[in-house]
Design a protein around this ligand. Structure first.
Ligand SMILES: O=C(O)[C@H](O)[C@@H](O)[C@H](O)[C@H](O)CO
Ligand SMILES: [Zn+2]
Length: 299
C-alpha cells in the first residue's frame, strides 16, 4: 500500500471532468468536460491532449465496435466521429423535461449503452429532485427506460460474472446493486451494498477491478475508495489533492493504472487557490490491483 502514487497527468483545469475511458488501440484516455462541452483524448505516449467541441453538455464517452465513439449529449444518445469532428444523433430521451441532461454512462458486457439523466443543477448537487431516469440504448438503437425518480444518475458497472449491476444515484449516498440479466439487459431486486460515510461525501463515478471490488470517486470528498460489495465494507482510501473527484477507471498497458477525473467549477477563489490542480486528470499507480478493459457499444 505504501507504494501508492498519485500524479496529475493532464494539467488542464476541467470545469467538470468526467467519464474516463481507456482506449487501448490509441494508448489514450478519453474523458469529457461536461460544462465545457468537450470530449478529450489524452495520448499517454506523447502526452498530447486533443479535444472536440460538441456544442452541448457531454456527460459520457464510450467506445463503439464499428469505430467512432458514442456520447451522451444533452438528452441525446449520439455517435461522435473523431476525425470529422461530427456528431450524429441516435435517440433523444426525457423529451418532456427540457432542463434535464444525461449524466454518467457505460457499456455493458453485451454491448448495450446504459446512461441516466438528471435535472439542472443550480450549483453542484443542488437541483430539483427526482427528475432523472436510467436508460439503455440497445444495439438496434431502441431505448428502454428502467426506472425514473432519480436525483443524480451517476456511476455504474457490472460484476465480473455479469449477474449484478452496480449503480449510484448520488443523493442517496449509497452504492446500490441489482440482479442483472445479461440476455435481456433487465434489472431487478434493488438493494444497497454500501452507505457512504460522512467524510466520503457524495458518491459519483465508479468502476470495478479484477477482484470484483468497486472503486468509487467521492465528489467533495477528495478521494477514491475501494469497497467490497459483498460485505459492505470499505477496503481502502486513496486521497487526491483536489476535493471534487468525479469518476475513475482503469487504464494503461495492463489496466493497472487508475485514472481519476475532477472538477473545478463550484469552488470559490479561496478553495481554488488552495487546490490549483482542481479539474486535472490524475493517475494512481502502485495499487496492486488491475481493472478490466471497457466494453464497446455494439450498435
Ligand atoms: O459529475 C457528475 O456526475 C455530475 O455531472 C456532477 O454534477 C456531480 O456529480 C454533482 O454535482 C455532485 O453530485
Ligand atoms: Zn458523475
Amino acid at each position: 500500500m505504501s507504494s501508492v502514487k498519485v500524479e496529475s497527468v493532464v494539467q488542464h483545469n476541467c470545469k467538470l471532468g468526467e467519464s474516463p475511458v481507456w482506449e487501448e488501440k490509441e494508448s489514450s484516455l478519453l474523458f469529457v468536460d461536461i460544462t465545457d462541452k468537450k470530449v478529450y483524448r489524452w495520448n499517454s505516449l506523447t502526452k498530447e491532449l486533443h479535444s472536440v467541441s460538441v456544442g452541448a453538455p457531454v456527460s459520457c464517452v464510450c467506445l463503439r465496435k464499428s469505430g467512432d465513439y458514442m456520447i451522451t449529449l444533452g438528452t441525446q444518445f449520439a455517435a461522435l466521429n473523431w476525425k470529422n469532428k461530427s456528431v450524429t444523433t441516435i435517440k433523444n430521451v426525457d423529451l418532456d423535461k427540457s432542463n434535464n441532461r444525461f449524466n454518467d454512462g457505460k457499456v455493458d458486457p453485451a454491448g448495450r449503452l446504459f446512461a441516466g439523466t438528471m435535472g439542472e443543477e443550480i450549483r453542484p448537487a443542488v437541483l430539483e429532485r427526482q427528475q432523472g431516469s436510467l436508460y439503455t440504448l440497445f444495439p438496434d438503437h431502441s431505448v428502454v427506460k428502467h426506472f425514473d425518480k432519480v436525483d443524480i444518475s451517476n456511476g455504474l458497472d457490472w460484476s465480473l460474472d455479469h449477474r449484478t449491476f452496480y449503480y449510484i444515484d448520488s443523493l442517496s449516498y449509497s452504492v446500490d446493486a441489482f440482479d442483472y440479466d445479461l440476455q435481456t439487459g433487465k434489472l431487478s431486486n434493488r438493494r444497497s451494498v454500501y452507505k457512504m460515510e460522512k467524510e466520503e461525501s457524495i458518491p459519483d463515478g465508479m468502476c470495478i477491478d479484477s477482484d470484483g471490488k468497486l472503486w468509487v470517486a467521492c465528489y467533495n470528498g477528495g478521494r477514491v475508495i475501494r469497497i467490497d460489495p459483498e460485505t459492505g465494507k470499505r477496503l481502502q482510501t486513496v486521497k487526491l489533492p483536489v476535493a471534487e473527484t468525479t469518476s475513475c477507471s482503469f487504464g494503461g498497458n495492463d489496466y493497472s493504472e487508475l485514472y481519476v477525473t475532477s472538477a473545478s467549477q463550484g469552488l470559490d477563489e479561496a478553495s481554488l487557490s488552495g487546490q490549483p490542480k482542481a479539474g486535472n486528470v490524475f493517475k494512481i499507480t502502485g495499487l496492486g490491483v488491475k481493472g478490466i478493459p471497457p466494453n464497446s457499444y455494439a450498435g
